[in-house]
Ligand binder design. Structure first.
Ligand SMILES: CCCCCCCCCCCCCC(=O)SCCNC(=O)CCNC(=O)[C@H](O)C(C)(C)COP(=O)(O)OP(=O)(O)OC[C@H]1O[C@@H](n2cnc3c(N)ncnc32)[C@H](O)[C@@H]1OP(=O)(O)O
Length: 436
């Protein structure tokens, strides 16, 4: 079988496009194009979402809009079996981001290196993932949806390309790929028009959760049925993904001790950094070409203004991802002294909603390095200055690559060693994914 090496610093592999087209997602793309689906302009995704939940366009009307949503409680299903099953193609959506054909929208997406701001793409992926779920759960008989659909997890985003061109059209396609009782897995593909052909840029898997109109309790979503053996396989993969997520949560270093191999790695690093001139466990020295993990940190603060709200009057998940990504990118940049390129994003768990008005503290650090790869972890928490209480809202994991040699990051404390091992687990899973 061909190696699906998702990302390298070399030119994109021409075979990738054909592979995508021959995989489940690709044939879905062709099938739906043939069935005459018209793409939605990216600027219309948010307005569609606003209409679906009846969100206010002005902040001053948000309380009234939320009160109106309460009456939608009666539309919620009592059991999942009360809802009609849906097919994968029912939630299929094409969205166009016409950077090539509509130059006026480029500005928002442009970075200093004349490529596309990946943080903006994260925002679009998040809104699109939610719209796909609303399409899956749509009840033609009602204008408004009683569901509040929120992002629970960015399972993974793997990039096929190093550069995203700022002047070529982009297309997103996606559909619901697995359904639980109240949660939905969504797969999204992003392609860019180069030399008259759409080539893959990235693949993303999100998990969205449906809640009642007030976003207080979980709410049932329509079951999903497979129509073809290919779709059956996608459904089974979704089930496996759910099990994998549970297993990795059980094995979290916050809950259980590291494995024997991992303990060896940490102990060897500890021995390598003991000062041979003193007979002390406390005197530590860095090997050449390495950096203490504690010296790799960058921090940021965001005041969460209403402008960044989502349709449920909380802070938009895509905005949180953009801010975390940009801080993570700057962390990798200052660590490697050279422009980093994102390879993968994985396992971003949205643990708690961020309320409007919160002070959001972002803290980023390099937690693992291997060859010219940098694994960055960004922790975000909200802080209430009145009570001085902190709450973690998200942990973000980004994998970057740099075009030159970088120093090794070295943990000093036990806590940092756990961050190192967690970073290594994330990096290894990204690499495994890239080569299978
Ligand atoms: C107004 C103008 C605005 C303009 C437009 C703006 C842009 C448009 C914006 C559009 C909107 C953009 C979007 C935004 O901006 S959404 C904003 C970002 N996201 C959030 O704020 C979510 C914060 N987190 C939470 O609220 C809770 O943790 C949630 C609700 C997620 C879970 O809560 P809780 O833990 O209590 O849930 P439960 O125990 O009852 O389980 C319920 C189900 O959830 C499944 N589950 C849970 N966690 C995970 C996980 N990590 N991986 C996989 N699955 C997970 C679980 O298996 C179960 O599934 P099932 O077995 O039932 O199937």
């Amino acid at each position: 079988m061909l190696s699906r090496r998702r990302f390298s610093l070399s030119k994109p592999h021409p075979i990738l496009f054909r592979m995508l087209m021959s995989s489940g997602s690709g044939s879905q793309v062709i099938q739906n194009m043939e069935e005459g689906h018209f793409p939605i302009h990216v600027n219309n995704v948010r307005s569609k979402l606003r209409e679906l939940v009846g969100a206010s366009t002005n902040w001053r009307d948000h309380v009234q809009a939320m009160n109106e949503r309460k009456s939608l409680h009666t539309l919620l299903a009592k059991t999942q079996a009360d809802l009609p099953p849906r097919k994968m193609k029912d939630s299929y959506i094409d969205v166009i981001l016409p950077l090539g054909s509509q130059p006026e929208i480029r500005e928002k997406y442009l970075n200093m290196q004349n490529t596309v701001r990946f943080g903006r793409i994260l925002e679009d992926l998040d809104s699109l993932g939610v719209l796909i779920c609303y399409t899956h759960t749509k009840n033609e008989a009602t204008l408004r949806s009683p569901l509040s659909i929120v992002t629970a997890l960015v399972d993974k985003i793997g990039l096929w390309k190093q550069h995203i061109h700022p002047d070529c059209d982009i297309k997103f396609t996606g559909n619901v790929s697995w359904v639980g009782k109240t949660s939905m897995e969504v797969k999204i593909h992003m392609l860019q028009l180069l030399d008259a052909i759409y080539s893959p840029v990235l693949d993303a898997t999100f998990v969205m959760v449906a809640r009642d109109p007030e976003n207080k309790r979980p709410a049932f979503v329509n079951p999903l049925i497979a129509e073809t053996p290919e779709e059956e396989k996608i459904l089974k993969e979704g089930e496996k993904n759910k099990i994998r997520r549970l297993e990795s949560s059980r094995a979290s270093l916050l809950k259980v001790a590291p494995t024997a191999d991992e303990r060896n790695i940490i102990h060897n690093m500890f021995l390598n950094t003991l000062d041979s001139r003193t007979v002390s466990f406390r005197s530590r020295v860095l090997l050449p070409n390495s950096v203490w993990m504690q010296d790799t940190k960058l921090k940021g603060l965001e005041i969460c203004h209403p402008q960044e709200r989502n349709i449920f009057n909380r802070i938009f998940g895509g905005f949180l991802m953009r801010k975390a990504y940009e801080l993570g990118w700057a962390t990798a940049y200052s660590y490697g002294n050279s422009r980093p390129y994102v390879v993968a994003v994985d396992d971003i768990m949205f643990q708690k909603p961020v309320e409007i008005g919160s002070l959001l503290l972002l803290s980023s650090q390099v937690c693992y390095t291997e060859k010219n790869n940098i694994q960055v972890r960004v922790h975000s928490e909200v802080y209430d200055p009145d009570t001085r209480v902190h709450h973690t809202t998200n942990v973000f994991h980004f994998t970057f690559v740099i075009e030159k040699e970088i120093p090794d990051v070295v943990p000093k404390t036990y806590g940092e060693s756990m961050l190192y091992l967690d970073g290594k687990r994330h990096f290894d899973s990204v690499m495994k994914e890239n080569t299978t």
